[in-house]
Write a protein that binds this ligand. Sequence first.
Ligand code: SAM
Length: 290
Amino acid sequence: MSTGETTISEGSFDEKPVQEEREQIEIDLLLEGIHRFYGYDFRNYAMPSLRRRILHHVDTEHMNSISELQHKVLHERAAFKKLVQSLSIPVTEMFRDPSLFKMFREKVVPLLRTYPYIRIWHAGCSTGEEVYSMAILLHEEGLYEKSRIYATDMNERSLQQAKEGVYGIEKMKLYTKNYMEAGGTRAFSEYYTARYNSVMLHPYLRKNIIFAEHNLATDRSFNEFNVIFCRNVMIYFNDELRRHVHGLFHESLSRLGVLVLGSKESIHFSGYSEDYEPMDRVEKIYRKLK
Ligand SMILES: C[S@@+](CC[C@H](N)C(=O)[O-])C[C@H]1O[C@@H](n2cnc3c(N)ncnc32)[C@H](O)[C@@H]1O
């Protein structure tokens, strides 16, 4: 009896690591397959959150295992696209972290005024709210006409929504509050037309924005920029991919170019911290020195 009990408890004790090891092998194979077949590289995403998302996707798609998901994804492009949706986390807001936009107005805009032409890259722009916030800010500062904003993401569906510039009306209360806290000088409602349950941002805000698919893990630098925003994207990457992306940004920023990261992100341990100086440590605004 006692021997039996010991065997059962040892068995259940060992089962968890074995199960996790099996899952990890299945995840590695899934990511390898996706990379080889579709060219999307998720292999250097931070594993704990990636694992959670994959398991959640298996669950919501009513599949029995990651191997079943792998089979489906490799045989059906639609299943692959659905998985990309689940792995991309398109959470965003207009004037998200309002104090950052306020500081940007105070500290970066005076610098931008001195340039004949301004190029800004929003990497990982999701559904566009951050980009339109920038367009409004530049418009109010009289800089929009001489600006080009490049808004990129790996998620095709999010980009489509970004291009349309149509958002739920229920979000306007929060966005108006953010806009005011970010130093907005007008009535926020000047920037959209409400229709039933949604609002459409005015098309003039889109005039100088170029939306394009770009994958930070696999695509190269495509221009030189005065400002790069990449907020709440690299938190999902491991150290190796973060270093790679910082390399891409370093290569893409002009001298004295400005890099803006998310509130939980930092230039430290990027491999490039010596090449930047903080313009605002709290808001994660850095200027490239060399
Ligand atoms: C949480 S949203 C951040 C949106 C916005 N920057 C903000 O802070 O509100 C993260 C975005 O990063 C994008 N993303 C994730 N991995 C990417 C990659 N390798 N290349 C380009 N975009 C990526 C996702 O598709 C998603 O839209």
